[in-house]
Design a binder for this molecule. Structure first.
Ligand SMILES: Cc1cc2nc3c(=O)[nH]c(=O)nc-3n(C[C@H](O)[C@H](O)[C@H](O)COP(=O)(O)OP(=O)(O)OC[C@H]3O[C@@H](n4cnc5c(N)ncnc54)[C@H](O)[C@@H]3O)c2cc1C
Length: 458
């Protein structure tokens, strides 16, 4: 079994493409983008399409797709992070629902762009199944359904499937029922990332790799080769943001870990079903997320070690044995025919979590500083909507996107250490305890609700 190495997705392509040239000398641009993940690349794409004369340079410390964008679960999700009340506080009654509708459209926008540019990303919009593995999870899901109806989202957006209806799609051991939404697609993250990077280059955007930015300041980004002066500097560094001067407490780098099996035999797939390739998760507080890959494997991810002291990030994603074992056990419990199948690769990555768990996008005309992120675990599609929103903000074109409630938010800073480490580890250990209680009692635990409220996650 392999571990780290930026994960299975890149390995399946023979590794990331040969590194592009670093920035050789100080330079000037209209827009400098720091970070070549989905946020940086979608921003570059939409800005260049809207105004081809713009000189856009992307500065990437490692290689494009080194971060979460090349390592994720491949859920291109029309859902997004954060409690609705936070978006409603900023955007009024429609603050959350307008964003939700824009996110649903975003999945189709990504499908449109990849079709236009012939990007083969194994993109398949099979929808999302959230599976209830006990009666408590079923109760949580019914509450989510009621919540969706209260906000005007009907059966066509989210509906309940009985155990029997779920079993006709995919057989998950112990599942009682599920919810289904059509607004999520599955993709091969590294193929999507590599295709997008090649597309922006073909439009004339310059990507410099092995180019770390040590500081971002109004109209400039500092690199070992000197300054990049630009009208706009976009920060697209997500889980790595704490490494930039002055931003140590802005976004916490939370870990997520994945394993992927060897391909399953046809007989195992006959037992499991899953021919619709829906992405699939459970309804636990510390949930898992899965996809059936194009080459017949199962990839499953979950929290593992939640956070490293001092907002440290790891390199290529080496993963603790205990995390690998717990994901493997969960996979075998949900899909017994997959239990004997060997794990081929395990890896981890960091995602960016703001103190209030909600996403922010902003561009400040006075300083020329722009940023987007704080997607928690759902940034693959959000980064596309953020890129289009940054385009409209930077080009000063007020639109329905610039009016969305995530624009202009300034979340509070995280607590200093050691409080930050202690609080995050406490939250996850209490969530795990709430999951055990719910499994034992089959009822929603008060502890889960308490931790939701105390952490600001719900
Ligand atoms: C294991 C895992 C599974 C996930 N699964 C899903 C999923 O299924 N669906 C989903 O929607 N989301 C998922 N996410 C989250 C999602 O991948 C991220 O939200 C998204 O990719 C963030 O994109 P980004 O471009 O903002 O950040 P990143 O992809 O992290 O890119 C940031 C880039 O900035 C570079 N950088 C950082 N600092 C500097 C610097 N100082 N100078 C220059 N460059 C710098 C980094 O090297 C990196 O390439 C997952 C995340 C992980 C870790």
């Amino acid at each position: 079994m392999r571990t780290g190495e930026l994960g299975y997705w890149w390995r399946s392509l023979g590794g990331p493409p040969t590194a592009r040239a670093p920035l050789p000398a100080p330079t000037e641009a209209d827009v400098a983008i720091v970070g070549a993940g989905f946020t940086g690349l979608w921003s570059a794409y939409y800005l260049k399409r809207a105004q081809p004369s713009l000189r856009i340079v992307v500065l990437e410390r490692e290689v494009a797709g080194f971060g979460a964008s090349g390592r994720n679960g491949g859920w291109v999700s029309g859902f997004f992070s954060g409690p609705p009340r936070v978006y409603e506080r900023r955007g009024g009654h429609d603050g959350f629902t307008a964003l939700q509708r824009a996110m649903f459209d975003t999945v189709d926008e990504i499908a449109r762009v990849i079709a236009e540019h012939g990007i083969d990303a194994e993109f398949l919009k099979g929808g999302h199944l959230s599976v209830a593995l006990n009666a408590a999870q079923e109760a949580h899901q019914r509450e989510q359904l009621r919540e969706a109806r209260r906000r005007g989202f009907g059966e066509e957006h989210l509906r309940e499937l009985s155990g029997e209806q779920l079993g006709a799609r995919v057989r998950v051991a112990g599942a009682r029922s599920a919810t289904f939404s059509p607004h999520v697609a599955r993709a091969h993250p590294a193929k999507l990332l590599a295709g997008l990077a090649a597309t922006v280059e073909s439009l004339g955007v310059v990507i410099h790799e092995r180019t770390p930015v040590s500081e971002i300041a109004p109209h400039r980004a500092l690199t070992p080769a000197g300054e990049v002066r630009a009208r706009w500097v976009i920060r697209a560094t997500e889980g790595y943001t704490a490494g930039l001067r002055g931003l140590r407490r802005s976004l916490v780098p939370m870990n997520s870990s994945m394993i992927v099996t060897e391909p399953l035999a046809p007989a195992a797939w006959d037992e499991i079903g899953w021919s619709g390739r829906e992405v699939l998760g459970d309804g636990a507080h510390v949930y898992v997320y899965l996809q059936r890959t194009e080459d017949g494997r199962i990839a499953i991810g979950g929290r593992g070690v939640p956070y490293r002291f001092g907002s440290r990030t790891d390199g290529s994603g080496d993963t603790a044995t205990a995390t690998i074992e717990s994901l493997r056990t969960k996979l075998g419990t949900m899909f017994p025919p997959a239990a004997p199948v060997a794990v081929d690769h395990a890896w981890s990555g960091v995602l960016g979590v703001p103190r209030d768990w909600c996403i922010s996008v902003d561009a400040d005309r006075r300083t020329g500083l722009a940023w987007a992120g704080g997607y928690v675990g759902e940034g693959v599609a959000c980064a596309n909507l953020a890129g289009r929103t940054l385009r409209d903000l930077i080009l000063d074109r007020p639109s329905t996107l610039t009016a969305l409630a995530w624009v202009g938010r300034r979340p509070a800073a995280w607590e200093p250490e050691p409080l930050r480490w202690a609080a995050i580890h406490a939250v996850y250990s209490l969530y795990r305890r709430a999951d055990r209680v719910e499994q034992r009692t089959q009822r929603p635990s008060r502890l889960g609700a308490l931790v939701d409220a105390a952490s600001g996650r719900a």
